[in-house]
Write a protein that binds this ligand. Structure first.
Ligand SMILES: *Cc1c(COP(=O)(O)O)cnc(C)c1O
Length: 386
């Protein structure tokens, strides 16, 4: 049973998780069913009718996510982008404007730019660390969504959630935080004033690179009703198996993020000043421009680091292709370390826009392996790349 007074690590294991009353199985079963028998027409057991509308395994994940993010309700989806799409449909109509940070996940920008803009929504991007710039980019009465990522992907910029929420609310704007890079263990946007949190649960929440999923966590009944209706009415729901894998991942979220963060902190400190690099982007470094805000709004600084290569694109590409433990792949947040070349991989869709990623940048998702092994792998590849 969940008890909202318990701490985060306890709730990660108990919230929404009820042992099976029939057998006593400690782990609730996966309800691999599309439909539910009715005791007479309309006689639903536990309210279950058809699994697009509700499935006990998905409900269990949703209760868990709502508890961990401190929201009133959570909705889980087949992918992070399906979650974002459903949320945006719930808020936006043709004629509305959405304002986004200028360093958001490439797929989020593509969703709005290629699907919502042709439908009649206006999009602009702005530097979210500059609150005056954000204020002047707001179109009063027309801007309906302020989309915030922090830390950002891939440059690990830090945006001040409390200040942006306050500014957005001055204009009646719904403030959304994509909390994928931090996870609810490191950062709780709703408690900082945000209205909605979205996740690609594919990343840290799932945590084992074995499931694709997404979530929306809201803090108002009105929005819960709209998102809940669209989850049912459009139907991009997570499967029972995906929901179960995600629950299984969440149980270790706190211990994984502690290790991701300490490994990344150690690696970032080791790599600063390396002659092959002209910058190490990591909010845990005291020289990072967002370090103070990050220290205020995050519990630790997470597992993502980006590197900028002094020798340019060729050296960056060679480095990305030459490690052993850091495998070259898209995605992030799993227990294994990955390396990505954003300009050609995760962010290829934003080339030629204001969100273009410099071609000398490489992104690391630092896993939970032994930090000495990871450091040796990086230093060998850096020496070779020089
Ligand atoms: C991966 C990612 C998404 C998209 O999620 P999918 O599960 O791949 O659809 C959204 N935001 C961020 C920050 C991401 O890293």
């Amino acid at each position: 049973m969940s008890n909202d007074q318990h701490g985060f690590s306890t709730r990660a294991i108990t919230a929404g998780q009820h042992f099976d009353p029939t057998t006593g199985a400690v782990v609730p079963p996966i309800y691999m069913t599309s439909t539910f028998v009715q005791d007479g027409i309309g006689g639903f057991r536990g309210g279950y009718e058809y699994a697009r509308g509700g499935n006990p395994t998905r409900d269990s994940l949703q209760a868990l996510l709502a508890s961990l993010e401190g929201g009133t309700a959570a909705f889980s989806f087949a992918s992070g982008l399906a979650a974002e799409d459903t949320l945006l449909r719930a808020i936006l109509a043709p004629g509305d404007h959405i304002l986004m940070g200028n360093d958001v996940y490439g797929g989020t920008h593509r969703l709005v730019d290629r699907v919502f803009v042709p439908w009649g929504v206006a999009l602009s991007t702005v530097e979210l660390t500059d609150l005056d710039a954000v204020r002047s980019a707001i179109r009063p009465g027309t801007t309906k969504v302020l989309w915030v990522e922090t830390p950002t992907n891939p440059l690990l910029k830090i945006n001040d959630i409390a200040a942006l929420a306050e500014l957005g609310h001055e204009f009646g704007i719904t403030v959304v935080v994509d909390n994928t890079f931090a996870s609810p263990y490191l950062q709780q946007p709703i408690s900082l004033g945000a209205d909605v949190v979205v996740h690609s649960t594919t990343k840290y929440i799932g945590g084992h690179s074995d499931v694709v999923g997404g979530a929306v966590i809201v803090n108002s009944e009105e929005l819960a009703e709209k998102v809940g209706f669209l989850q049912f009415g459009v139907g991009a729901v997570s499967s029972p198996m995906d929901a179960w894998l995600t629950i299984r991942g969440i149980k270790t979220l706190a211990v994984r993020l502690d290790r991701h963060s300490s490994n990344a902190q150690s690696i970032a400190e080791t790599l600063v000043g390396h002659p092959a690099l002209d910058a190490v982007y990591y909010p845990g470094l005291s020289t990072h421009p967002g370090h103070e805000i990050a220290a205020r709004q995050m519990k630790a600084f997470g597992g993502m680091i980006s590197l900028s290569f002094a020798g340019g694109e060729g050296v960056a590409r060679k480095f990305a292709e030459s490690m052993e433990l850091f495998q070259l792949a898209e995605s992030l947040g799993g227990v294994e370390s990955l390396v990505c070349y954003p300009s050609d991989m995760t962010h290829a869709s934003v080339r030629g826009t204001a969100l273009e990623v410099p071609t000398n940048v490489v992104r690391l998702s630092v896993g939970i392996e032994d930090v000495a092994d990871l450091t040796a792998d990086l230093l060998t590849a850096l020496d070779a790349a020089e």
